[in-house]
Design a protein around this ligand. Structure first.
Ligand SMILES: Nc1ncnc2c1ncn2[C@@H]1O[C@H](COP(=O)(O)OP(=O)(O)O)[C@@H](O)[C@H]1O
Ligand SMILES: Nc1ncnc2c1ncn2[C@H]1C[C@H](O)[C@@H](COP(=O)(O)O)O1
Length: 204
């Protein structure tokens, strides 16, 4: 079984992935942030590093999906390849931070990869307002993320909402996280677990 957690920067994906992996005894697969060789440079100079970063994420995410399916284990994944290809990359292109030829090249590679992978059995989308994202990005305190603007987050959020609205690849659970403190309030985590239990029971 492949469960994936999707959501904008700071929505709580990594935190929830950890909690769910522990609760259900699933294996957790995280995205490559600490060892990412481009992220710091990207936030300093987006136009210069956007293509490099997108190829890096595409490569690492694709390898993750292949490994998830080959393992046959129950795995929860922190962010999907669809978010790279349907949200981040087109947003950079639309903002003039990725050239047409780089974006076409990227899309062509993604189309090939997409034809070879299966979507998750369950996608959990963490929906968050911009003020909540800003608060949680600051709480996390990664220095290179200080340059993230409200405009950038808002554009991403609009693309997330459009993507989720049309998501038909598999089962989808939407969780509004603005008023859910699953870090310090056990009953809020309980609310999410009940929602997930209902989804999982419906899968089998
Ligand atoms: N629902 C929540 N309630 C309280 N704190 C949260 C919640 N979700 C995330 N956080 C905190 O916000 C910060 C960012 O969360 P994180 O899981 O790293 O987000 P993401 O992986 O989506 O970027 C972390 O410090 C985390 O503890
Ligand atoms: N595809 C991506 N393009 C640009 N930036 C990305 C992409 N995927 C992740 N990121 C960034 C956003 C954050 O700064 C870090 C970690 O993501 P998070 O949502 O905090 O888990 O990588």
């Amino acid at each position: 079984m492949h469960i994936a957690v999707a959501g904008n920067i700071g929505a709580g994906k990594t935190t929830l992935t950890r909690l769910l992996a522990k609760h259900y005894n699933w294996e957790a697969n995280f995205e490559d942030v600490v060892d990412n060789p481009y992220l710091d440079d990207f936030y300093n100079q987006m136009e210069r590093w956007s293509f490099n970063l997108q190829i890096y994420f595409l490569n690492t995410r694709y390898r993750q999906i292949l490994q998830i399916r080959e393992s046959g284990k129950e795995i929860i994944q922190d962010r999907t390849i669809y978010e790279d290809a349907y949200i981040f990359a087109p947003n950079l292109h639309a903002m003039g931070l990725m050239t047409n030829r780089d974006f076409e090249n990227y899309q062509s590679l993604f189309e090939l990869m997409e034809s070879l992978v299966q979507p998750p059995d369950l996608l959990i989308y963490l929906r968050s307002s911009i003020p909540n994202l800003v608060k949680q990005i600051h709480k996390r305190g990664r220095e290179y993320e200080n340059s993230i603007s409200i405009d950038y987050l808002s554009r991403l959020n609009e693309r997330y909402e459009a993507w989720i609205h049309g998501y038909k690849k598999g089962n989808l659970l939407i969780v509004d996280v603005d008023n859910l403190d699953f870090v310090d309030q056990p009953e809020d985590l309980g609310t999410i677990l009940n929602m997930i239990d209902a989804e999982i029971n419906g899968l089998f």
